[in-house]
Design a protein. Structure first.
Ligand SMILES: Cc1cc2nc3c(=O)[nH]c(=O)nc-3n(C[C@H](O)[C@H](O)[C@H](O)COP(=O)(O)OP(=O)(O)OC[C@H]3O[C@@H](n4cnc5c(N)ncnc54)[C@H](O)[C@@H]3O)c2cc1C
Length: 386
């Protein structure tokens, strides 16, 4: 085991922190109030190359590992920002990298790396399928050199701020499948050319996440935009889950540390009954407890990232990291809000905003119940529960 400080990692943290310092709490607060997208922030991050961290150098990216990518997102959330505005590009891009053709990679990855194109949208979830992805109903029917897509998607984020979307659609009817994990295919959709075939309806959500509902009518996708083999889309998505779980865990860790910092600072400074509130065990111990849980989750996150970067199996660790980190950040959020008393609910303190933002992680991109189901079945050998 080696827990020594890694100079490269420290340098990444410092560089990302410098960018984040240009986008203080007030920036995120105003966007939250206006339900607006952090356009300037995402541009700054892209120009500095951080959103291309996982794109190999031969395609114009930084060629870094998941550990480094996770540090970038961790640092954004720790600064008080919200990685949700841009994190998806990191894990969606992995699907294109692993399963796209050489032509697709040469065509898109360098332009994604340079910021000319954004691949921030991922269209999987549907109202009638929810977590049961193999039940999606959106169809893609091949007609000559195109696929014609019809259907509906829900909770699809950043579509209005993205040039490209990775879309999952059904190419074989569910009833005709012996193996229900087949029959779904992944497509790269050029949103700029979709015209009226995609109607985007913004959803009012608890957090500012640019989340929308999509109504897709006779969308034509060139057959050359199919990723990998037809019918293998669900498998390709599964392949991306470990990376996604590790990156989400890192965002939670960033949030957790932000909450612990703010709670500790406030508990030191706020004086009631003639002494800092942090002198009371009822205030101090919950902060210390939450701190312990965040730090413990962080170790699992690094273990998962380490395994991932070595190309080793990391399903158990990636899922565990996501579970523990999302629970730890939510605990820290609650503690931080409580420590701030009434000010915890005051918008200008940013605690309530971050509180809402971090709550998402126990729900999406994957619900913790499904993470527990994975651990129960695949790690503990328990019967499949769904
Ligand atoms: C802000 C936000 C942004 C999102 N962005 C995107 C996006 O960009 N692209 C995209 O494709 N999706 C996106 N999602 C969708 C997200 O991935 C889904 O919410 C998630 O997949 C779950 O689907 P559902 O909400 O329909 O819940 P359901 O599947 O209906 O589940 C409801 C509840 O039942 C529980 N449950 C269901 N089945 C079981 C079971 N077998 N065992 C135990 N518990 C179970 C779940 O854990 C959950 O608590 C987003 C969601 C949110 C909230």
């Amino acid at each position: 085991m080696d827990f020594s400080r890694d100079e490269n990692h420290e340098a990444i943290r410092a560089a990302v922190r410098d960018i984040c310092a240009r986008f203080p709490d007030s920036y995120w607060r105003q966007l939250d109030r206006a339900s607006a997208y952090p356009e300037q922030f995402v541009r700054a991050l892209t120009e500095a190359g951080w959103l291309a961290a996982l794109i190999p150098e031969e395609y114009g990216g930084a060629g870094l590992g998941i550990t480094e990518a996770s540090i970038i997102l961790d640092e954004i959330n720790r600064s008080g920002g919200n990685s949700g505005a841009c994190h998806a590009q990191m894990y969606i891009m992995g699907t294109l990298l692993r399963h796209g053709s050489e032509r697709q990679k040469r065509e898109y990855l360098p332009r994604i790396a340079s910021g000319e194109l954004r691949l921030q949208a991922f269209g999987v979830t549907e109202p009638n399928a929810g977590s049961e992805t193999t039940r999606i109903q959106t169809t893609a029917v091949r007609k000559g050199d195109r696929y014609i897509v019809n259907g509906q998607k829900v909770f699809i984020s950043r579509v209005q701020h993205s040039d490209l979307m990775l879309l999952l659609a059904r190419t074989t009817p569910y009833e005709q499948l012996a193996d229900k994990t087949r029959g779904l295919s992944l497509f790269l959709v050029d949103l700029r050319r979709a015209g009226t075939a995609i109607t985007v309806r913004p959803l009012e959500m608890m957090i500012n996440h640019a989340t929308t509902e999509l109504f897709i009518t006779d969308l034509e996708i060139p057959a050359e935009n199919l990723i990998g083999e037809e019918g293998m889309g669900f498998r390709y998505i599964l392949d991306g889950w470990n990376a996604e779980r590790i990156l989400i865990a890192a965002e939670c860790i960033g949030d957790g540390r932000w909450f612990i910092d703010r709670a500790s600072r406030y508990a030191r400074e706020r004086v009631v009954f003639g002494r800092p509130i942090g002198a009371n065990q009822g205030v101090q111990f919950p902060i210390a407890q939450a701190y312990g849980h965040v730090e413990a989750a962080d170790l699992v996150r690094y273990k998962a990232a380490w395994l991932f970067d070595r190309g080793e199996q990391c399903g158990a660790e990636a899922n565990l990291a996501k579970l523990l980190a999302s629970e730890a950040s939510w605990e820290a959020a609650n503690v931080c809000l409580t420590v701030h008393g009434g000010y915890g609910l005051a918008v200008e303190y940013d605690v309530e905003r971050k509180f809402r933002e971090t709550r998402l992680y126990t729900v999406a991109p994957v619900n913790n119940n499904l993470v527990l189901a994975y651990l129960g079945q695949h790690v503990l050998g328990l019967p499949r529960s769904y």
